[in-house]
Design a protein around this ligand. Sequence first.
Ligand code: G3I
Length: 381
Amino acid sequence: MRTRLLLAAVVVTLVAAACLRIPATRAGLSFGYAVDPAALADDAAYAGAVAADAGVVTPENHMKWSLVHPAPGTYDFAAADSIVASAAAQGQHVRGHVLVWHRQLPAWLTEREWTRAELVDVLRDHVHTVVGHFRDEFPGVVRQWDVVNEAFHADGTRRSTIWQDVIGDDYLELAFRFAHEADPDAQLFYNDFYDHGLVAAEAALEGLPSGVGATAGRSSCDDVPKCTATRSLVEGLVARDVPIHGVGFQGHVLGTAPADYRELASWVEPLGLSWAVTELDVALLTAQGSDPVALDAQADAYESIVTDCLESDACDTVVVWGVDDAHSWIPGTTGGLLGHATLRDAQGVPKPAYVRLLGLLAADDLEQGPTAGSSVGDTFG
Ligand code: G3I
C-alpha cells in the first residue's frame, strides 16, 4: 500500500513537473492562456492543458461587447461566467479582456448616431456593469482588466473609432475612471501591439508607410511611433492621477526574431506601473509546421520574450494567445497563410517552444531557490 502511494506521489510530481504552471509560479511568473469556453467545457485534453499550465486565463472573445452586451441594456454573461468559474475552481486568476475596443462591437452600438453625452452614459453603464458583475460574482478572481485596446494607428495618431470620434481624446481617461469606480482593487491596463509584422500589415491596409514596428534591431520605444504615442498617453494619465496600473504588450510575433521587450517597455517602470505580455504567439508559414529549423526559431522567440519578462522587475505576467494550434486566430485571419503560432500543435502535443519554456522556467526556479517564488494560486503578487 505504502509503495503504491509513494508511486502515485512520484507520478503526480513528474506530471506536474512536466507542465508549466508550477515552475512558472515558482519563478514568480503568472503564466497562462487565452481560452475559449466551449473548448474548456467539451475538450478534456484542452481543459487539461489549461489546468496544467495556466495560473491565469484570459477570455479570448467572451468578455467583448458584442458577446456580453448584445442589445441595449441586455447583458449576457453566461459564457464569460463559465470561464471565470472554471478559473476560480482551478485557483487561477483572470485577465479581463476588453472593456473598450473598436472591434467586436454590437450593431446597436455602431449603427446609430450618438451624442457625446449619450455615448459617455453607455460607456459608463457598460464598464460599471461588466466590471461590477465579475467583482460581485467572483470576488478577487478577475484581478486585471484590459480597459482600452489599440487606441493608436501605426503612425501614432489616434485611431478613428466610435469612442474617439464621438467622445474625443478623454474617452480613455473616462474608461479607466469608470473601471476603477466599479472595482477599486482591479489592476487596469492599456493594451496594444508594437511588433513589426502586425503593425506593418495594418499600416499597409491603412495606406501608411510600412517599417514602423519593433524588430530585433529596433526595440527602442523612440523608434516605434505607436509606442511613443502610448508612452505620451500613459505619462499624461499618470500625471492626471487617472487610475492606470499597467501596459499590455500584446506580442503577436510574425516571424521569429522578436523585439527586445524589456527595452521596448523600459519606460513603464519609472512611471510606477507594471507591464505584461498579454497576447503572445509566434506565427510561422503554414508550410513550416513540421520544419525543425522553423520550430527551433519559434522556440527562440518564445524564450526571448518570456526571458524579457522574467528579467524585468516590472513584468510578472505572460499570456499566450491560444492553448493549441487548433484554437488559434492566426490561420483564420491570414487566410491560411500563417499558423502554428501557439505552444502545442493542433493535436495538443507540446512543441519545441513548450519544452524550451519548461526548461527556462525550471532553470529560473532553481536559480531563485525554492522559497523565492510565490505559491501556486498566488500568482499576481
Ligand atoms: O462565434 C462566431 C461563430 O458563431 C461564427 O460561426 C464564426 C464565423 O466567422 O465567427 C465566430 O466569431 C469569430 C470569433 O473570433 C470567435 O471565433 C469572429 O468571426 C472572429 O472575428 C473573432 O476573431 C477574434 C478577433 O480578436 C476579432 O477581432 C479572434 O478570435 C481573437 O483571437 C482576436 O483577438 C484579438 C484581441 O482581442 C485584441 N488584440 C488582437 C487579437 C487578434 O486579433
